[in-house]
Design a binder for this molecule. Structure first.
Ligand code: 5GP
Length: 175
């Protein structure tokens, strides 16, 4: 079995996650607590690593969404599949995503979570396909900008495959 070609190595991911955690720890140093909202399933490994490197009090929540599909095309509409367990009213929320592609998912999540009166909502994504943006969203903490390739590993899958690869690899879904 051939492994996906490396795009971002385990070592480069580790270094970047360290840097992001350090920056977030500085930015939230004066807050009582930060609520990290991980977007399932793709963000589970990134969230696990990031959260363990923070030096500030943190609370972990998860949320799951799915995109409406028409045949093989995604319409951009997003649906909530699983909600957070605890109220975020008055809390400092950081949405933790694996990848921002068109921006529809993150746009939906920001709007939805902001409507619940949190103290703040910021965003953190490991990867961003900046050339594919359809809706502008503010990314406060970004790991890496990448091209249009389909990426797998470190939480990201292709049809549930390659999700637990330790690095970010790229594949050609048409293969
Ligand atoms: P958006 O709403 O920004 O277009 O899409 C975000 C979602 O699309 C991500 O959370 C992820 O589930 C999926 N996605 C987009 N590009 C990739 C990719 O290259 N690899 C994987 N595994 N998922 C992707």
């Amino acid at each position: 079995m051939q492994l996906p070609k490396t795009m971002i190595s385990e070592e480069d991911i580790r270094k970047r996650v360290d840097e992001l955690a350090a920056q977030i720890s500085i930015d939230y140093a004066d807050k009582d607590e930060i609520v990290l909202v991980g977007v399932l399933k793709g963000a589970f490994i990134f969230l696990a690593d990031l959260s363990r490197r923070l030096s500030i009090p943190r609370h972990i929540e998860f949320i799951a969404v799915s995109s409406y599909e028409h045949g093989s095309t995604r319409s951009g509409a997003v649906r909530l599949v699983m909600d957070v367990r605890r109220s975020i009213e008055g809390k400092h929320v950081l949405i933790v995503e694996d990848i921002v592609d068109t921006g529809h998912t993150l746009h939906y999540l920001i709007d939805m979570l902001k409507s619940r009166n949190p103290a703040s909502v910021k965003t953190c994504t490991l990867l961003h396909k900046e050339h594919k943006t359809e809706v502008d969203v503010e990314i406060d903490y970004l790991g890496f900008s990448i091209g249009d390739e389909w990426v797998v590993g470190y939480g990201l899958d292709y049809d549930e495959k390659d999700r637990t690869l330790p690095y970010i690899g790229m594949i050609d879904p048409s293969d």
